[in-house]
Design a protein around this ligand. Structure first.
Ligand SMILES: [Zn+2]
Length: 500
């Protein structure tokens, strides 16, 4: 019995070391030289800083597609297209005139638009006041009113008692219904969900803040925002001054003439996949953003670190998994290599993926490893201690994921895993600032790999010659090992700390 047990252990040990050997072998195909060769092309001036929707970004996606085609790693989408179109819009201030009784109200002075509605003319007489305009499980202004097809007017804030206790939170903490920008979107979306034709939010301080900001921006010819072009209704929405609000509440009719001047723009995510051999319907997504901030004053912002480093890392990892698959050691779960666009414009490509068009079901997506800047060192760290990487989010949703990441590192890569920015209260809020966040908000466990910012961050000087390729190699291998473990272990990592 004893003997047999020992033999069994030996067999298991051999199997284990065999696995480890395999893993090492494929990881060693990820090299500084290959990363460098790719990055010098991807972050070259020719790619013009890969501005979302522009020529350089189109060159980037073509480059990626050609790499996957050459590696014989197929597209993630069923139709065989590596590109996922991401519909965007260049948001411009609309031309609007609003008349109440015989008074004409002015853009910037009295109101600003808070929706991206299509051009339309509206003459209406049904104006309904909805209190705060809140629709929450604990407090609902819409419970007794039907606002379908009507003009809805809401006031600022949320209910609070004389002791300062908020009705919704039950504590002294305000909720999203009176939290600045979130107040606008929450109340607007509530009105939209109720079928309102137009929504007015009276909030003097928010109005002053946003109106002056947009006025300055528009007068200086400043850059327009990009947004996802996923608007599915034509509700008008306006943030208005208190003076205009008073007029509204006393009005019996209103005329709105709204001219939309925003322009559509198409950009693309790129997605390739290696299908799992045993659990093809469980997915690990490796992501990096393919875009950067383009050109300014004739200078190319190369974005070698941001996020050329993550992009070429994903390509090298794909190559390693493909080699493993070709030798009969393919991953048991499927691995998706996802290059997202519009990150620099507000995580747009990843948001489109998770919120509107997931290529594979989010419920079957077991983890996301996101890489954004792993080729440099943070000058704030001590001299000489360059073998590190900041990890963010690894323990937020799954203790298991965190432990696997630690174990892979101590077994294979020996990098100092620095959790400085893993603090929810860190003022940089990096957890919310790259594409993994769109997966995390869906309770998909994530790890964000990041070297921190540096003097060349978002400057024309973020060039490939400044990348520390030995570090990039080792950090890429860490992501590879972690992905390998996630793809091949018996069970998908458990979410033990889900939010909401
Ligand atoms: Zn970035």
């Amino acid at each position: 019995m004893k003997l047999k047990f020992t033999v069994a252990l030996l067999v298991i040990a051999n199997l284990c070391s065999g696995q480890a050997q395999l893993q090492e072998t494929y990881a060693s195909s990820i090299t500084a030289d290959e990363l460098k060769e790719k990055l010098y092309i991807y972050a070259s001036d020719e790619f013009e800083g890969r501005e979302t929707g522009e020529k350089g970004q189109k060159m980037a996606i073509t480059y990626l597609k050609n790499k996957y085609t050459a590696m014989e790693v197929s597209a993630a989408k069923d139709d065989g297209d590596y590109f996922q179109n991401v519909p965007l819009v260049i948001v411009k201030t609309p031309e609007v005139s609003i008349t109440i009784a015989d008074n004409q109200f002015e853009y910037y002075t009295d109101f600003i638009s808070i929706t991206d509605a299509a051009s339309n003319v509206l003459n209406a007489s049904e104006i309904v006041s909805v209190g705060y305009g809140i629709n929450d499980t604990r407090y609902n202004d819409y419970s007794d009113i039907d606002v379908r097809g009507k003009i809805v007017v809401a006031m600022a804030g949320e209910p609070k008692d004389s002791l300062g206790i908020y009705g919704i939170s039950g504590t002294k903490k305000y909720s999203k219904w009176s939290n600045g920008r979130q107040e606008i979107s929450s109340k607007r979306d509530a009105a939209k969900a109720q079928g309102a034709k137009a929504f007015f939010l009276i909030n003097e301080s928010l109005f002053q803040r946003y109106a002056s900001y947009y006025k300055r921006r528009d007068e200086s010819g400043g850059e327009s925002n990009l947004a996802l072009d996923v608007n599915d209704n034509t509700m008008f929405g306006f943030l208005v001054s208190e003076a205009m609000g008073t007029n509204l509440l006393n009005a019996s009719s209103i005329a709105i003439d709204f001219k939309q001047v925003s322009k559509p723009l198409i950009s693309e995510n790129v997605a390739a996949m290696i299908k799992g051999s045993e659990k093809p319907n469980e997915y690990i997504i490796l992501s990096a953003h393919l875009d950067h901030v383009g050109m300014h004053d004739g200078e190319v912002f190369n974005g070698a670190d941001d996020d050329g480093s993550g992009t070429v890392a994903i390509l090298e990892i794909a190559e390693a998994f493909k080699a493993a698959q070709d030798n009969g050691h393919g991953p048991k779960r499927s691995i998706i290599f996802l290059h997202v666009t519009g990150e620099e414009k507000g995580l747009l490509g990843s948001q489109y993926y998770t919120d509107y068009d997931p290529i594979v079901p989010l419920t079957q997506t077991v983890s996301n490893l996101n890489i954004d800047m792993i080729g440099r060192t943070d000058p704030k760290r001590l001299e000489g201690k360059r073998n590190y990487i900041y990890l963010i989010g690894s323990d937020k949703l799954s203790t298991e994921l965190h432990n696997i990441s630690e174990e892979m590192n101590s077994t294979y890569t020996n990098i100092e895993l620095d959790y400085t920015y893993n603090d929810e209260n860190d003022p940089n809020r990096f957890y919310y600032r790259s594409d993994h966040y769109n997966f995390a908000k869906n309770n998909i466990p994530i790890i964000f790999y990041f070297n921190g910012t540096h003097d060349d961050y978002h400057k024309a000087t973020d060039t490939p010659d400044k990348i520390e390729y030995d570090l990039l190699e080792n950090r890429t291998r860490l992501v590879f090992h972690t992905a390998w473990a996630l793809a091949n272990r018996a069970d998908a990592v458990q979410v033990d700390k889900a939010v909401e």
